[in-house]
Design a protein around this ligand. Structure first.
Ligand code: ADP
Ligand code: MG
Length: 606
């Protein structure tokens, strides 16, 4: 019980933390909106007063034969009261309209900004985080949970603040009309509090489960649909449908549970209110009969009672939705609390135009589990030099590239470009001067042209074609149904791996950036595609400082220099000729691959 109420409070606190920085720019608007709210509440509190006046001073007085008020006066009072009723209602309506519009405006602004920030934050998080998370769940947090937060803030939390103020106002007036009767009416509050806190805890739990279930639902759908080909070829449709259906059913059950709990709370509150009203009516009638209270007083008191209790009903009604929003805020906060793998120094400046001198000086690095991946690596690459990095899987080759593009920072030692520690520059300004081709490269759902020119949207058709030719991609692009205008990726023509690779190389050659990082571009390609990609890489890397991680010895052999990495250390460093003469690890790798290729070609010819 204790821990549940703690988690409830914690959710409120976290929602507050999440929203406070975004609300503060709008504090003046919010203050005005709150003033409108306050004025509207005051008007709501005085609304029944004309009724009491008419009852006591016009109707009851004339019925009991009291002619203190002349008939004309009575009419005048009636008219004034009638006008007052309309006026109060009109002004209140205007105030509430203004408040609603202003709150909705702020709510939308806040969520839009928050969403953009959360999205940017997600993009800055490390691959390790993204490997752990499910894309569908993140999308739900970004879209569903944030919308829920906004809707509930506008349609539930603010009305509840208003309700609380109304409740306090009404209570004061009730106490003022009749102290004892007021106390009887107010005695319902503790009972309500008891019912509500118990109920809302359970609702909160159920709502939280439901939100994460919806995340799982979206993730399952996303994963199976994005791999629909594999799913179909392996006949996994049933299995995914079952998983999806299972999540869906559980989500439905939790949804029903939330609604059931909220409905139960609402009905409990109704009964409590009926009970309180009965006691008040009973006792109030006795006061009137005893002459301690006027009829108008009792009628107005009952009117206040009804209005004063409405917030309690609202609270019961909104608890379910507020719980869902709190759960959503929790889930958004979980994302924001993730720290990116690298953080920028406060005094970081934009890097100047780089020449491309890259140096690793005694660099040691381990991922979060702290098992060292690189230990005291040192090497230097001259501007324009082409260096291949070879070694077994898991030797730490990709890690070297990650450090050079600041996907991670070294634990010890320094990575320098043009003699400067790259940590003194902004991350963006370094990455903007590097082209990267990886093992798997994204093909975006757009035209071939836009895919190539994605980093250079203003590029001319000639530039795009030149890059495509250099990357040996032009030939296959021309054969596509609409050439460079063919839509590829998720919604269009699918590319083979080799084609996607060459597209990525074309993308990397769009701008002659000083540093070119290539990670195993030929893995999984057939010989023909492999040759094309190797050729593309060699052309694209001309005149640029290039680090090529590769298993493909033909590519390595063409580099100016080769680094052989083993167990996080560089064991050989030299040109192809030097290393072949050394008869070391590189020579062995090279020979074994040559033999394999030869056997392969003989087999093809037979
Ligand atoms: P290579 O590219 O040479 O195959 P990597 O540089 O990718 O090797 O990885 C080196 C070691 O670090 C491997 O043991 C790998 O399991 C581990 N590793 C790579 N990336 C991560 C990561 N994001 N989190 C934790 N460990 C990682
Ligand atoms: Mg790798």
């Amino acid at each position: 019980m204790k821990s549940q109420s703690d988690s409830n409070h914690q959710s409120w606190r976290r929602s507050g933390q999440l929203l406070a920085p975004y609300l503060s720019p709008y504090r003046w608007r919010l203050a005005v909106a709150m003033a409108c709210l306050f004025a509207a509440v005051t008007l709501r509190v005085v609304e029944p007063l004309p009724l009491q006046y008419i009852l006591d001073h016009v109707l009851v007085a004339s019925l009991s034969g009291n002619v203190a008020i002349a008939a004309d006066d009575a009419m005048a009072v009636l008219a004034v009261c009638a006008v007052a009723v309309v006026m109060i209602a009109t002004v209140r309506a205007l105030l509430e309209y203004g408040r609603a519009v202003m709150f909705a405006w702020v709510g939308n602004q806040v969520v839009t900004r928050l969403r953009t920030d959360v999205f940017q934050h997600l993009q800055s998080l490390s691959m390790a985080f993204h490997n752990r998370s499910r894309t569908g769940d993140l999308t739900i947090r970004l879209v569903g949970d944030l919308n829920m937060l906004r809707d509930v803030a506008v349609t539930a939390v603010l009305p509840m603040i208003a309700s609380t103020m109304i409740m306090i106002g009404m209570s004061i007036v009730m106490l003022w009309i009749h102290l004892w009767l007021g106390l009887i009416a107010i005695s319902i509050f503790p009972m309500f509090w008891f019912a509500a806190t118990r109920g809302s805890r359970k609702i909160h739990q159920a709502a939280k489960q439901q939100r994460s279930r919806e995340g799982a639902l979206a993730a399952t759908a996303n994963e199976s649909l994005s791999a629909v080909r594999v799913v179909q070829t392996l006949s996994l449709e049933r299995r995914f449908a079952d998983t999806f259906g299972g999540h869906s059913k559980k989500s439905m059950k939790e949804g029903v549970k939330t609604s059931r709990l909220a409905a139960a709370l609402e009905r409990k509150v109704d009964v409590l209110i009926a009970f309180a009203s009965a006691v008040v009516l009973w006792q109030g009638a006795r006061y009137v009969l005893a002459g301690e209270m006027s009829v108008g007083g009792l009628v107005v008191f009952l009117a206040y009672l009804k209005r004063g209790f409405k917030p309690l009903q609202d609270f019961a009604k909104y608890t379910g939705r507020i719980s869902k929003a709190l759960a959503g805020a929790d889930r958004v906060m979980e994302i924001l609390e993730q720290r990116p793998a690298v953080s920028e120094r406060a005094d970081a400046v934009d890097a100047p135009t780089l020449r491309g001198h890259v140096e690793f000086r005694d660099v040691s690095f381990g991922y979060l589990d702290r098992r060292p991946v690189l230990s005291k690596i040192s090497f230097t690459v001259q501007p324009g030099e082409r260096v291949a990095i070879v070694g077994a899987s898991g030797a730490g080759k990709s890690t070297i590239l990650s450090l050079a593009s600041r996907l991670h920072d070294p634990d010890k030692g320094t990575v320098l470009i043009d003699g400067t520690d790259i940590r003194s520059w902004t991350i963006q300004s370094i990455r903007r001067q590097q082209s990267i081709v990886m093992q798997d490269n994204a093909v975006f759902a757009t035209t071939v042209r836009d895919n190539i020119a994605i980093v250079e949207p203003d590029a001319t058709d000639e530039q795009v074609e030149t890059s495509a030719r250099a990357a040996r991609a032009h030939e296959f692009i021309e054969k596509l149904p609409q050439g460079y205008d063919t839509i590829v990726g998720e919604r269009g023509t699918t590319m083979s791996r080799g084609q996607a690779q060459r597209l990525a190389i074309a993308r990397a050659t769009m701008r002659p950036l000083p540093i070119f990082l290539v990670d195993e571009p030929t893995t999984g390609l057939d010989r023909n595609n492999e040759r094309l990609v190797v050729d593309g890489i060699l052309r694209a890397s001309r005149g640029r400082t290039t680090l090529i991680v590769t298993h493909q010895m033909e590519l390595a052999a063409q580099a100016d220099r080769i680094l052989v990495l083993q167990d996080g250390e560089i064991i050989e460093d030299g040109s192809h000729r030097d290393l072949i003469q050394q008869h070391g690890a590189y020579a062995a790798m090279y020979m074994s691959q040559q033999t394999r290729n030869l056997n392969h070609e003989c087999a093809l010819q037979q």
